[in-house]
Design a protein around this ligand. Sequence first.
Ligand code: SAM
Length: 311
Amino acid sequence: MTTHPNSTVTALTAGVQNLMQEVAQQSFPTRTLYVVATPIGNIADISLRALYCLNLVDVIACEDTRNTAQLMTRYGLHKPLIAAHQHNEREVAEKIVQRLQAGERVALVSDAGTPGVSDPGAKIVDAVRAAGLPISPLPGASAAISALSVSGFIQDQFYFVGFLASKSGQRERQLQPLLTLPATLIFYEAPHRIIETTEALLAAFGPQREIVFARELSKLFEEIARCRLGEAMAWLAADKHREKGEYVILLAGAAQADEAKDHEAQRILSILLESCSVKQAAQLAAQITGQKKNALYELALTLKSSNDEEK
Ligand code: SAM
């Protein structure tokens, strides 16, 4: 473990104190629901404004009061907590609306990350919005966005899928419309289902599609791995700890139609070139793909010369 000079900690402590004074001058209106992101693993990943807000509100609605109590204790904060989980969200929403109407400030947190994203919270936010009361987000950790930021996938678009169904038929139906989507796909997964889900993704998307495993982000055993789906099971099998842990899975988006056609032509030509001349391979590939013979001839020449160089 690396230790850092005390002077750095001292300098930061002073800076943080000054910033807290600044936050205290900022506006936190009453009658407002504050949707506060909390850490997804590392206790220190929470903003100064979020901490200030948690200490200012009259009550905190949380997914599991024990989890939130732990977070509060670590920061030396004490506030009344009320449980707001998926089984009581509607009833709690009404109580929260009443408290806001009475002039209170209420914070909403989930166990980890951003409330309302594959977590309870959306129904509460919806009820507060319907009652015409203000809602304000305090941005912070999100497993999906953290994983996307380290994926290295360069597609601008992404599609957040969240959790897939655990039943295989339902899961296949969920995956079907995603196969040709030209956007990075983001999945959440329960800790014990990583193998099953990776197998399902391999079966649906094929071995060539790239996958990123973002495991235990911001925790001690954080791992980020990128490979083809065809290599993914071997990566999981290489360390038995990888069968468990919190994962975000990302898949590269589908290649655009032209790109996909080029890949297919290249794949066909490579096979044909193993037993045919360049001319014959181009002719046959043109018959199979319907693409222009001249373009395929040029491509076959390039493939042949790069194959010859490799030998
Ligand atoms: N609302 C949360 C957010 O914004 O990040 C997500 C909550 S969802 C119930 C929990 C899922 O998020 C986990 O099953 C896993 O897929 C992902 N996740 C949460 N923390 C993670 C971490 N530290 N590393 C990797 N994935 C994580």
